[in-house]
Design a protein around this ligand. Structure first.
Ligand code: XMP
Length: 310
């Protein structure tokens, strides 16, 4: 970013007003720093003409919707939550191919958003797509759910799409967030992908497997809050493994732990936490989640691996 954060904000607000001189916009909020910065910019540009919304897709983390609502509320931004999990589970039922999952998630996401926009009489969507999302999609690494360029048909063409932080990488978004006075909890928040837990349950997603991963994610987040990780999360694998529970054979679920350091998500190295930390984390996972039979540690940097498994 060649502009200072102050110049960036001024320019972004001005451009948003020029693009949408009248009428309403819905702001797609996820609780991450990118979309929260967009919600604040939209609030500055449009005031009550901007409607921040949160789709509870069923693939979010535990209590995420309420936490995001509360945090945005502290910034004076009122969030409307739409519980639409059944739409997403229906769309993803029986799908195992990772790109197909991402595409169906995206089509459902924008289908629901377009309905909300129509309901509100909105003329535009504001979303927090950043440069890394665009780069990965254009390089055909994976279909980032919030990049519409390659498949514009998922969004009605008469509705504008405004992406005020599209030219920025994560560290720059964080600088702008700091300038806007967002609380440190937002700025430091570890990235969470738009399709959420759906791309961290390898293979078919079912409500039961997603719930297991949600519980594992909560434990991992609690136990790794003090690690210098860009991201630290579990992934539920498609394969099962033999184990032993209550002195009987148990063919249970396998979880992989993915802990990485990164500046901007374009590349990443593996984070090696102290052994004791891993031991106590694994002990807690195995104790609190009886469905598990094994926990693995992912040792692969990006490249060649991507950060998410799907
Ligand atoms: P990958 O897995 O491509 O991820 O190395 C790079 C960064 O992007 C996040 N990610 C996403 N973010 N929509 C997003 O907003 C998506 O569809 C998406 N997929 C991956 C990922 O968590 C990592 O920080």
């Amino acid at each position: 970013m060649r502009l200072s954060p102050a110049e960036f904000v001024e320019k972004a607000v001005e451009e948003m007003r020029e693009a949408l001189p009248t009428g309403r916009a819905v702001v797609a909020c996820s609780g991450g720093v990118d979309s929260t910065v967009c919600a604040v910019l939209a609030h500055q540009a449009f005031g009550d003409r901007a409607h921040p919304v949160f789709l509870d897709t069923g693939f979010m983390r535990a209590e995420e919707a309420q936490a995001v609502e509360k945090a945005l509320g502290r910034l004076g931004i009122r969030l409307e939550i739409f519980p639409v999990a059944s739409r997403f589970f229906q769309a993803l039922a029986g799908v195992t191919d990772p790109e197909e999952k991402r595409k169906r998630f995206r089509a459902t996401f924008y289908g629901v958003l377009a309905e909300i926009a129509a309901e509100k009489g909105a003329r535009a969507l504001i979303q927090g797509t950043i440069a890394a999302d665009v780069a990965e999609t254009q390089a055909a690494v994976k279909t980032h759910h919030n990049v519409l360029d390659l498949e514009p048909q998922v969004w009605p063409k008469e509705l504008l799409v405004l992406e005020p932080v599209r030219s920025l990488l994560k560290p720059e978004v964080r600088e702008v967030a700091r300038y806007l006075g967002l609380p440190e909890e937002f700025i430091r928040r570890r990235p969470f992908p738009g399709p959420g837990l759906s791309v961290r349950v390898v293979g078919e997603v079912t409500p039961e497997r997603v719930e297991l991963l949600r519980r594992a994610t909560k434990i991992v987040e609690e136990e790794t809050a003090d690690l210098p990780a860009f991201q630290a999360f579990p992934v539920l694998l498609a394969e099962k493994a033999t184990g032993l529970r209550e002195e009987r054979r148990h063919y249970g679920e396998v979880l992989a732990l993915r802990f990485v350091r990164s500046e901007n998500a374009l590349s990443a190295e593996v984070l090696f936490p102290p052994w004791e930390k891993l031991q106590s984390l694994v002990a807690r996972l195995l104790q609190e989640l009886p469905a598990l039979s094994r926990v693995l540690y992912d040792l692969t940097p990006k490249p060649p691996a991507t950060i998410e498994w799907e």
